[in-house]
Design a protein around this ligand. Structure first.
Ligand SMILES: NC(=O)c1ccc[n+]([C@@H]2O[C@H](COP(=O)([O-])OP(=O)(O)OC[C@H]3O[C@@H](n4cnc5c(N)ncnc54)[C@H](OP(=O)(O)O)[C@@H]3O)[C@@H](O)[C@H]2O)c1
Length: 338
């Protein structure tokens, strides 16, 4: 039997994403073959597609996609944690730069968690990288307590909307930067929106709070951005930097300046901090436990992820065009026919 997979044929624009037809992959011992129903698209995918200069980029041709949800189609030997026909979700960490843009994928059973019945696969896939990243940042790195104030940059993005969803559950007082066209959504998710294009967020946060916020979540990066984020922290506040969305406009050169600024900020002895967020794949027990918890919250209706748009797998290039263009909110997802 054959299936379809989207490959990056060479580095470049969205049109380098091509669909190939090939034999089904076979699961090795400890692996599970999953018939993919939904696969997430992220900013990292765009960086890996555009250029081979990012550390960890595989050589072409390769397949992108860091998270999937789908149905267990075949079990390798020694697998006992999932069953045939069961819906599962998980990350593709073991494959390096990804692999999710495909109809069938083989993954280690240890990366897959059962999805409660009735859950939409596109919403389940939002739990994997976006909500896990948000959970890690909020509950392990920043350790937010009920009643604290937070500022979420990129509040209408995939991770930003996840932070607002979890922040509401944790009873935090939330502020979020976003373009004007996303302010209604940011308000609906429980945060006070700030237009980062036309307003000075440092002044605005000071005006709204007096002495600042307890945590800033910054997926934008750039030396000036991090410096300004640090300025809105009150004493005891944490700057949690976890991404470089600024590369979209400014290119990869923004990364070393971001790293340098975070290191310098962490050295200032002023009662504020800039803690590092651990990688999601370093603690499998935490990963499985937290992903299970998030999927249960999703099934119970306690969190509602924002799916920006669903594209058929074969239209991955069109989906990347949307990410390049901007103007969406939440997570863009590729779907296959069930
Ligand atoms: N460390 C990790 O484990 C991890 C995991 C996932 C993601 N990330 C990182 O996090 C970044 C964000 O991921 P995502 O999936 O949420 O991306 P996304 O869905 O593309 O969202 C990015 C958002 O950033 C907003 N934005 C752009 N420039 C901004 C600025 N100067 N100030 C405030 N907002 C700005 C855009 O908002 P508007 O459309 O409203 O303008 C957009 O909604 C990625 O680039 C990646 O580097 C890291």
């Amino acid at each position: 039997m054959k299936h379809h997979r989207v490959v990056v044929t060479q580095h470049g624009g969205p049109d380098v994403l091509q669909v190939v037809e090939e034999d089904l992959p076979e699961p090795q011992a400890g692996e599970v073959r999953v018939k993919v129903l939904a696969a997430g698209i992220s900013g990292y995918d765009l960086m890996f597609r555009r250029s081979g200069s990012l550390p960890g980029t595989p050589s072409v041709p390769f397949t992108l996609g860091e998270d999937v949800a789908g149905v267990v189609d075949k079990l390798g030997e020694e697998v006992s944690t999932v069953e045939l026909g069961q819906m599962v979700a998980g990350a593709t960490f073991s494959l390096g730069a990804g692999g999710g843009y495909t109809e069938f994928i083989c993954l280690p059973a240890s990366e897959l968690v059962p999805v409660p019945s009735g859950v939409d696969p596109a919403e389940a896939v939002c739990m994997v990288v976006n909500y896990l990243t948000a959970h890690m940042a909020m509950h392990r790195t920043s350790k937010n307590r009920s009643g604290e104030r937070i500022l979420v940059h990129g509040a209408a993005g995939g991770v930003g909307t996840a932070l607002l969803g979890l922040g509401k559950l944790a009873e935090l007082k939330m502020y979020g930067t976003a373009s004007k066209y996303n302010h209604e959504l940011v308000s609906a998710l429980g945060a006070t929106p700030i237009d980062y294009r036309t307003e000075d967020f440092v002044e605005r946060i000071r005006g709204l709070t007096g002495d600042g916020v307890d945590a800033v979540f910054d997926p934008i990066g750039g030396a000036r951005q991090l410096w300004r984020s640090y300025q809105v922290l009150r004493k005891g506040g944490r700057l949690v930097w976890f991404g470089v969305a600024a590369t979209k406009k400014e290119g990869l050169r923004v990364i070393p300046f971001t790293l340098l600024m975070r290191t310098l900020l962490a050295l200032i002895p002023d009662g504020k901090s800039a803690p590092l967020t651990p990688d999601l794949d370093k603690d499998n027990a935490w990963y499985r436990e937290t992903l299970t918890e998030l999927l249960d919250l999703l099934a119970a209706g306690s969190i509602k992820p924002v799916v920006a748009e669903r594209f058929p797998l074969a239209e991955a290039a069109r989906a990347h065009e949307l990410l390049e263009r901007g103007g969406y909110a939440g997570k863009v997802v590729l779907v296959t026919s069930a």
